[in-house]
Design a binder for this molecule. Structure first.
Ligand code: GLC
Length: 421
């Protein structure tokens, strides 16, 4: 008996201290899959699993942000424990935060302070830290340095400059028998179009759809001018097909050498310059153009990692989140895949800077960045965005005039707001 008790006590002790026995959980993590996202998520999560004795399952979800959101909403509304760790968009804490663990008790103050305060603020809903910042996105202008040089053109500063330069180089290249478009971006009817169109509107001085106080501001002449300008690109400097482009379609055209300019997020840098890329070494990155009276405005995007309240393995899930969002892992992702860190000190890291020469431009881009109105519209953000991208889409497709589209949009948004967001 005594021996049996000793053995069971020893076994208990062993269970308590052995990482293998105590922590052998299977953690399911959903990762994005734009560019190298999935590959980098997988390799790091598997490294964590090997180090901790747990296992990971990588769940792939739709690439289009809004389709992924709809899937997450279903999973979380059903209180499903199937996904432990969710990669969420920067605009979703207000929508999904209710279903995530408050990470405050797990994150030491020093670790929190290492991130940009704005990123932590974005992920804090009602005083709860519902996700950890993972990478920051910002809309950037990619250009073919070699082509601008060949045609003796400066990097465009205004949208009108971009239009002219794109048209001229496209015509010249086509005359020489080369397949070339002037400008590619994201104009499919989805969240990415909201980002692009917000950049146009903000850079014309037309505001942010809904302002910081919750007022609907989109019906204004600068926004109409921005819509008008964007409409003039379709079928001229941009292919009609851009109406069905998300990030990866635009990158496909640009990276294969068939476009002069591209709007995309930072991840495209590492791929455009990667092994086997036809445009490696020929690409420049700068801030997006602006309208006649406005200033450049790149949309802020990015990803966070959150732990489901319905997870059956919360401790392990939190551990994985802290591992993936750590400085070491963010550094690896920045160097190898140009994902912008959320940890401030990495912007002074010599290896990170050497891998991403365009980080010199980022300071300027961050200063004039524009955020989608997700904070102020809270749980209704997705409906706001949906209404916005649909009305922009109609203008781009030539179905509506800008002023009429904006009047109709403003009316719908005011109805949506009702007595308050
Ligand atoms: C990127 C951004 C995200 C944005 C999405 C739109 O994933 O990080 O914030 O919503 O693109 O396509």
């Amino acid at each position: 008996m005594a021996a049996g008790r000793t053995i069971s006590r020893l076994l208990g002790l062993w269970l308590a201290v052995s990482p293998l026995a105590v922590r052998a959980a299977e953690i399911a993590i959903s990762c994005g899959a734009i560019g190298q996202e999935m590959e980098f998520c997988r390799s790091a999560a598997e490294r964590w699993a090997a180090e901790t004795g747990n296992t990971v399952e990588i769940v792939s979800t739709p690439n289009d942000a809004n389709q992924r959101l709809a899937l997450y909403q279903q999973i979380l509304a059903a209180r499903s424990p199937d996904i432990d760790v969710f990669q969420i968009d920067v605009v979703w804490p207000g929508i999904l935060g209710y279903a995530f663990e408050d990470l405050t008790p797990y994150v030491p103050d020093a670790a929190k302070a290492a991130h940009f305060p704005a990123a932590i603020a974005n992920d804090t809903v009602g005083g709860r830290l519902v996700a950890m910042p993972w990478f920051i996105d910002i809309g950037l202008l990619y250009y073919r340095r070699d082509l601008l040089e060949r045609y003796g053109k400066p990097v465009p500063e205004t949208w009108a400059d971009l239009h002219r330069t794109a048209a001229e180089i496209m015509a010249g290249e086509r005359d020489a028998g080369r397949d070339m478009w002037g400008w590619v971006f994201q104009a499919r009817a989805y969240e990415g179009l909201t980002c692009n169109a917000l950049e146009w509107v903000a850079s014309f001085g037309g505001g942010t759809i809904v302002d910081a106080d919750g007022a609907v501001t989109i019906e204004n002449s600068s926004a109409a001018a921005a819509f008008d300008e964007a409409g003039s690109w379709i079928g001229t400097i941009a292919p009609e097909g851009v109406l069905n482009y998300a990030e990866e379609e635009a990158r496909g055209v640009f990276q294969s050498g068939r476009a002069v300019f591209m709007r995309n997020w930072p991840y495209a840098w590492a791929l455009a310059n990667g092994e086997g890329s036809p445009v490696a070494g020929k690409v420049g990155v700068t801030v997006l153009p602006h309208g006649p009276a406005g200033r450049s405005a790149g949309a802020m995007g990015g990803a966070q990692l959150a732990v489901s309240r319905f997870s059956r393995h919360k401790a392990e899930a939190v551990d994985l989140v802290l591992y993936l969002t750590s400085a070491e892992e963010q550094k690896r992702r920045a160097i190898e895949a140009s994902f912008n860190p959320t940890i401030r000190s990495l912007y002074e890291d010599a290896e990170v800077l050497a891998a991403n020469p365009f980080y010199a431009t980022l300071g300027q881009a961050f200063e004039t960045a524009v955020s989608r109105p997700s904070g102020v519209t809270g749980v209704k953000y997705n409906r706001v965005s949906n209404a916005f991208w649909n009305s922009v889409y109609e203008v781009l497709a030539g179905d509506t005039e800008p002023a009429a589209a904006l009047a109709d949009l403003a009316e719908r948004l005011r109805r949506m707001r009702g007595d308050g967001w």
